[in-house]
Design a protein around this ligand. Structure first.
Ligand code: IDP
Ligand code: MG
Length: 137
């Protein structure tokens, strides 16, 4: 059993597809162990994406992530990290496999509907960034 962190990004919460995205997880063997909707502060977004701070798109990424509320969740299941990445599809929705969340709900490489941890090690760090142990069931 693994746990991974998912974020439904501001473009997807604005479109009203939170339920449709959560359904993709639940229909594919990922259980929602924790979930909340919140507005990230600029400091939150900069800290969460600190690994990307040297990338040319960092400023745009932070602007986008604070542009509206997000839904963060802990997903649990067998191979949850890789399974979530598979359900998400490629970073650029134009390159995402048909039937993936990004192919179906994302518009562009920056407004791409979802975040998912890229390794078990980062999943642990990202889960601890958003959730106290008692919030994870
Ligand atoms: P990932 O979300 O598929 O793991 P990363 O390379 O970790 O992709 O990038 C983090 C986020 O930064 C992406 O989800 C996307 O929102 C944004 N991003 C990545 N590449 C670009 C780009 O070339 N232009 C604008 N935003 C980008
Ligand atoms: Mg990433």
């Amino acid at each position: 059993m693994e746990q991974t962190l998912s974020i439904i990004k501001p473009d997807a919460t604005a479109k009203g597809v939170i339920g449709k995205i959560i359904d993709r997880f639940e229909s594919n063997g990922l259980r929602v162990a924790a979930i909340k909707k919140l507005q990230l502060s600029r400091a939150d977004a900069e800290a969460f994406y600190a690994v990307h701070k040297e990338r040319p798109f960092f400023g745009e990424l932070v602007d986008f992530m604070v542009s509206g509320p997000v839904v963060v969740s802990v997903l649990e299941g067998e191979n949850a990290v890789a399974k979530n990445r598979e359900l998400m599809g490629a970073t650029n929705p134009k390159e995402a496999e048909p039937g993936t969340i990004r192919a179906d709900f994302a518009d562009s490489i920056d407004a791409n509907a979802v975040h998912g941890s890229d390794s078990l090690e980062n999943a642990k760090i990202e889960i601890a960034f958003f959730f106290a142990q008692r919030e994870i069931c």
